[in-house]
Ligand binder design. Structure first.
Ligand SMILES: *[C@@H]1O[C@H](CO)[C@@H](O)[C@H](O)[C@H]1NC(C)=O
Length: 280
């Protein structure tokens, strides 16, 4: 028992004060990514010469990851700020949030995707019920063996269920890092590429704070908590399903804010929709 407790305490990242110096590294952008306020704030910028990005030092196998973002204000058309989990290799798994900028006053689009075994094509897009450029909002990914849940301020916007039983691959054994970046995507991002980036408005800056991971940290080729977790553990993000209130919110978002769903795109999948679409 003692051993198990030790094992658990070493493999779970507790919710502790954000320190971007400790948990992340700026990986590209030549000074355009900055860690500020003693590690409590991070900013990424894009100008005509380059974007920027960061990644987590840890790799995780399952977790509930929260990040607060304040997106590029005013005219952000053509820019994409991405925030995602990804493993490595040619059959990688990936869980994506991408925020597609827009002209001042026009809504951002939240683009989501799930890759399993190197295959994506599972896009769902949403508008938000608030302006994401005025204040920080929390964007979360809950990833356990049952499902992946994307949420915004605690409201689920998308669920990707584990349907391995009907032959849909699910991210089960490849550890993932957290990545984020801002780059120019004006060939497709805003109104399908019609609206271009206006460089005279640059630099474009997105801000990050209050990172929180309740997650199994991968180290030395294993992540003990996925297998050994006592199911009675009170903070049970690892085996939690959506409760009825969350399901209601999910329906509300899908009804009012979903603007694209691959599972409804019969033009794109004329023969038959992907298997997981039965429930999506
Ligand atoms: C930008 O605004 C237009 C007009 O409201 C909207 O149709 C579109 O979904 C918005 N987002 C992007 C990324 O184009």
């Amino acid at each position: 028992m003692m051993f198990l407790i030790l094992l658990l305490s070493s493999s779970i990242t507790a919710a502790s004060a954000t320190n971007y110096y400790r948990d992340f590294e700026i990986t590209w952008g030549d000074g355009r990514g900055k860690i500020l306020n003693n590690g409590k704030l991070l900013t990424l910028s894009l100008d005509k010469a380059s974007g920027s990005g960061f990644q987590s030092k840890n790799e995780y196998l399952f977790g509930k990851i929260d990040m607060q973002l304040k997106l590029v204000p005013d005219n952000s058309a053509g820019t994409v700020t991405s925030y995602y989990l990804s493993s490595k290799g040619s059959t990688w798994d990936e869980i994506d949030f991408e925020f597609l900028g827009n002209l001042s006053g026009d809504p951002y689009t939240v683009h989501t995707n799930v890759f399993t075994q190197g295959k994506g094509n599972r896009e769902q897009q949403f508008h938000l019920w608030f302006d994401p450029t005025i204040a920080f909002h929390t964007y979360s990914i809950q990833w356990n063996q049952l499902h992946i849940v994307f949420s915004v301020d605690g409201i689920p916007i998308r669920v990707f269920k584990n349907e391995e039983s009907i032959g849909v691959p699910f991210p089960m054994n490849q550890p993932m890092r957290i990545y984020s970046s801002i780059w120019n995507a004006d060939d497709w991002a805003t109104r399908g590429g019609l609206v271009k980036t206006n460089w005279s408005d640059s630099p474009f800056t997105a801000s990050y704070r209050k990172f929180k991971a309740k997650a199994c940290v991968w180290s030395f080729g294993s992540s003990s908590c996925a297998m050994t977790f006592p199911s009675s553990l009170s903070d049970s993000w690892l085996n939690q399903e959506l409760d009825s209130t969350s399901k209601k919110w999910l329906r509300w978002v899908r009804k009012n804010y979903m603007i694209y769903n691959y599972c409804a795109d019969v033009k794109r999948f004329p023969q038959c929709l992907p298997r997981e679409c039965k429930h999506n």
